[in-house]
Design a protein around this ligand. Structure first.
Ligand code: HEC
Ligand code: HEC
Length: 152
């Protein structure tokens, strides 16, 4: 019994360090896919804190140099869903600078080995383009297994 407990606690510790999983909650409203996934991927809500999502959704008319405004009904639905499913683990729940996942300290730390010119490769273009390297990003899986940094 003791051995089993040691095994279980080790397995748990390893998995929580290695596997960064922010699965897309199954109650995702259709409006999220329609309104928030045409210019970039549908970011899993677990990537930002509640306050940061609130800030993103309050500023859609000036959204990273573009106008991403939507009708009030969709806005309320998406905002509530994002906030309900926002990051809870302390590591991911900091207030994101410029409302960007890619400016959080955890993001910068996890990607510090990537050189500046890699981000600019034509098939990547931006750190916000998660799916260019994380082939399983759409499912919210960012572990090494799904990782393939394109050479060009
Ligand atoms: C008209 C196009 C467009 C639409 C629609 C749009 N976005 Fe964006 N979004 C952008 C652009 C452009 C960026 C900046 C991307 C970059 O830096 O590469 C961005 C960036 C973001 C980021 C920050 C990414 C980072 O750098 O960490 C978040 C979060 C985000 N969008 C959420 C949303 C949400 C939520 C919606 C739906 C309400 C939405 N977006 C709809 C164009 C759009
Ligand atoms: C240029 C390719 C590239 C892009 C684009 C990219 N990443 Fe990564 N990501 C990496 C690499 C390389 C690592 C480090 C993997 C390692 O050391 O295990 C990593 C690590 C991570 C980790 C930690 C994984 C773990 O298991 O601990 C998370 C979480 C993550 N990325 C999320 C994101 C998100 C979210 C985006 C988009 C907003 C993104 N990444 C964009 C290449 C990329």
């Amino acid at each position: 019994m003791k051995k089993l407990l040691i095994f279980l606690s080790t397995a748990f510790a390893v998995s929580s360090v290695m596997a960064a999983k922010m699965p897309m909650p199954s109650d995702m409203p259709k409006s999220y896919e329609a309104e928030c996934a045409s210019c970039h991927m549908a970011y899993p809500p677990g990537l930002l804190s509640e306050k940061s999502w609130q800030n993103v959704m309050s500023g859609l008319t000036k959204h990273f140099g573009t106008d991403a405004s939507i009708d009030e009904k969709d806005k309320i639905e998406i905002t509530n869903w994002l906030k309900r499913n926002a990051a809870t683990k302390q590591k991911y729940s900091e207030l994101a600078p410029e409302n960007r996942i890619t400016k959080t300290s955890w993001f910068i730390r996890e990607h510090e080995e990537i050189k500046a010119d890699v981000w600019k490769r034509p098939s990547i273009k931006s750190p916000a383009n998660c799916g260019a390297c994380h082939t399983t990003a759409a499912e919210g899986i960012f572990s090494e297994k799904g990782l393939k940094v394109p050479a060009k």
